[in-house]
Design a protein. Structure first.
Length: 309
């Protein structure tokens, strides 16, 4: 009862297999900090400074060094920072709701690390699509040097489409509409983003489509045994190693197993791994064709166990 808000956040953050909640917490904390700073700057008469510090976080579309705006080439880190930055309440609200709803599917059946991979790679591809198309098409020439992008939408679209590709017949119960398969929800939002690329938020809609394309590619490649998010986890673990103290390793000596026995064990392990992978692939194919509800209890358990490895 006496725990503080910080303790509550810390407890939520430290839960195991909790990447989905951690991404949401990061977005919410940054949103709160940015808006508190903006209020303080407003009452201090320094409102203009908010645009200055936001330019260090937002993703610019410009690749020019001599334009009136900021060049991406001078601030390459913004390809990562922009996907965690929101200023408007409803912007972050709907992004986090969709991330939570669809992210639970990925988290439950593919593991919490895949959420990170999908979100980050979707955000990266969405950001790069925004930069590429703004510099490629003449229609954006008048705004390319001043346009900037913020928001988690590209990463969220990757998770939404990824979940829909993975389990297309999974059903959400929507207010006023009743049960709707998530493949139709994903298709609706992708189509809406496509037709709105001619509007005032063309850059954001292009990023949505880039993230959606990455979500589709991520899952289709995962079914082939290629995890496109592996490098994200490896980079995170590399930087984490500088801050997390590694346990001391106790070295002991014991005789090595006989070569023949070791080879037999390795072959047996390889057969088991190959068999397990074939079973998981068959289950994923069944989900794609008939939906998650068609799985038996044993198949659901095998998929759940595999997601934890």
């Amino acid at each position: 009862m006496n725990t503080s808000i910080l303790d509550d956040f810390k407890n939520a953050w430290d839960k195991p297999n909790n990447s989905l909640a951690q991404i949401i917490i990061i977005n919410v904390v940054i949103f709160v900090v940015i808006n508190v700073i903006n209020v303080l700057l407003f009452f201090s008469g320094l409102e203009g400074l908010s645009r200055s510090y936001m330019s260090f976080l937002a993703l610019p579309s410009s690749l020019s060094f001599d334009g009136p705006g900021t060049s991406f080439l001078l601030r390459p880190w913004t390809i990562f920072t922009y996907m965690f930055v929101h200023e408007r309440f409803f912007h972050i609200l709907f992004n986090m709701l969709f991330l939570y709803w669809f992210g639970r599917i990925i988290n439950e059946f593919l593991g919490h690390k895949r959420i990170i991979g999908l979100y980050v790679t979707g955000g990266l591809v969405g950001g790069l699509a925004y930069i590429l198309l703004y510099n490629l098409f003449p229609v954006f020439q008048s705004i390319v040097n001043s346009s900037q992008l913020i928001g988690a939408s590209a990463g969220v679209f990757a998770v939404v489409v990824g979940a829909a590709v993975f389990m297309p017949n999974y059903t959400f119960f929507l207010l006023f509409l009743g049960p709707v398969k998530i493949k139709y929800i994903a298709l609706f939002y992708v189509f809406m983003s496509f037709i709105q690329t001619t509007g005032s938020n063309a850059g954001g809609e292009i990023a949505h489509l880039g993230g959606a394309a990455m979500g589709w590619l991520f899952i289709t490649q995962l079914r082939k045994g290629n995890d496109l998010g592996d490098w994200v986890i490896n980079v995170m673990n590399f930087f984490k190693s500088f801050f997390v103290k590694q346990p001391k390793i106790k070295v002991t000596h014991r005789s090595a197993p006989k070569r023949s026995a070791r080879k037999k064990a390795e072959k047996k392990s390889a057969r088991v791994t190959k068999t397990e992978q074939e079973e998981i692939d068959a289950i994923l194919d069944k989900i794609s064709q008939s939906g998650y509800e068609s799985l038996s209890k044993d198949e659901k358990q095998k998929l759940f166990d595999a997601s934890k490895k």
